[in-house]
Write a protein that binds this ligand. Structure first.
Ligand SMILES: [Zn+2]
Length: 165
């Protein structure tokens, strides 16, 4: 993805208050991120671990960020479930049910959207894992390209669900 600044992220939230956006702590190493290796930027707040953020470009290239909450205590999902963003079957990382308050009035009325996402938002790395070359996948690079497109499309769909009025 195109490099984005913290200021851009803070002003692109569709479901967070101004003060929630102001209080966020950037991911470690934010200044040195390899943007080419990222299709979406997701991270857990280093100071508030039950809080996560997902920044992405919509199909219209608009920068949109979503504030997410992890379930407090327990309620962890193991790899029996797939992350709904990367859908990686190879990854072994944990997946959590992240909950996003809906945008606008719906969110103020307590309406939320839940989605299974990798606990540490490793989706961009997961989709870059090529399948073993073989009869099933004669062209692993093409598979990776499809996986990247799929992640971008599903992140966009998720942002739309949060935004729906
Ligand atoms: Zn994922």
């Amino acid at each position: 993805m195109q490099a984005i600044t913290l200021t851009q992220i803070r002003s692109s939230f569709i479901n967070a208050s101004r003060s929630e956006a102001a209080r966020l702590t950037p991911p470690p190493g934010f200044d040195r991120l390899d943007w080419d290796a990222l299709d979406v930027l997701g991270w857990r707040d280093p100071k508030m671990p039950l809080r996560g953020y997902l920044a992405l470009r919509t199909a219209e290239h608009r920068l949109v960020s979503v504030l997410l909450r992890a379930p407090a205590g327990g309620a962890r999902k193991n790899r029996a479930v797939l992350c709904e963003l990367c859908r990686s079957v190879e990854a072994t990382n944990e997946v959590l049910l992240w909950v996003a308050r809906r945008a606008g009035a719906a969110g103020r009325n307590g309406n939320t959207v839940g989605t299974l996402i990798c606990a540490d938002f490793t989706c961009s790395a997961n989709v870059r894992v090529a399948p073993p070359e073989g009869d099933m996948h004669p062209d692993p690079a093409a598979v990776v390209a499809r996986q990247i497109d799929g992640l971008i499309a599903r992140a966009d769909q998720f942002a739309r669900r949060v935004h729906e009025r």
